[in-house]
Design a protein around this ligand. Sequence first.
Ligand SMILES: C[S@@+](CC[C@H](N)C(=O)[O-])C[C@H]1O[C@@H](n2cnc3c(N)ncnc32)[C@H](O)[C@@H]1O
Length: 281
Amino acid sequence: MHSMQRVSAAWSPWRSVRGWPQSLWGQALLIQSVSVLLIAGLVAGATHSVFAFELRSLGLPLDRLWFWCFPHVIVVSVWAKLANMPIWWRWIHAVFPPLVLLMQQVALPPSVYLAGFIISVTLYWSVHATRVPFYPSFPATWRALHRILEKHADDTPLRVLDIGSGLGDISLFLAKQRVHDSVMGIEIAPLPWAVSAVRSIFSGTSAHFVLGDYRQLDFGQQDVVFAYLSPAVMQAVWQKVCQEMQPGSLFISSEFPVPDKAADHIVFPAPGAPALYVYHR
Ligand SMILES: C[S@@+](CC[C@H](N)C(=O)[O-])C[C@H]1O[C@@H](n2cnc3c(N)ncnc32)[C@H](O)[C@@H]1O
């Protein structure tokens, strides 16, 4: 099992509840479904009970879905908080139900939903397993990373690996600036990988991109490993770095430091851009 899934399971007081899903998406599905059933029961009770008349005379729009959306959002948000789901999942819980109702009002053709579904699946391919979604880094981060490499090695060619390379921005930028380096990105989600692979063809650089899981890749051949992942995986990544990277090599993480390990340097690329945590092996 993935390390953060273990951590998340340990945090959750629901862990001891029989049938409580291990994965966050499983928990989200369960919370939403149970709440829908609960609210459906409330709707039936409120509209068919002896109190229905009184409730209507209070002006409550009992036959409007959006009215019932409020208690549903409250139930799922409170439950997600009690289950210690990460904050971004709580936002998804809160925003998803009203969004569904809103989209019902907008008569979009089914092909739009199909396209959205395909894009989401190929972009956020295995977030449920990796716990790392796609979001791009800042150009200030690429430039700061370039400066760190210049300081580390001047003109000496380096082997640089971006683990979770997304659309390939960082690798392409570095390969353009440092033409003697061998720059590689590895990405697990097919859509960003395909975009990066096509970009590399037209970039005129030697950067190349592999579709795969960095957890299966040996870091031993790399002089520099760069990561912009999530706090959920930093401990496991650091273990891999310690086991596989050679003395003298560098591990650099954007935004997310290694837990319980002081960075050798912290670089602040620009106001508003996340810090870079630099670790020497
Ligand atoms: C926050 S994005 C960073 C993208 C890029 N490095 C950048 O800085 O713009 C993290 C990326 O890591 C990818 N990823 C997550 N887990 C991965 C894994 N185990 N192996 C390869 N890629 C992974 C995600 O699909 C996502 O595209």
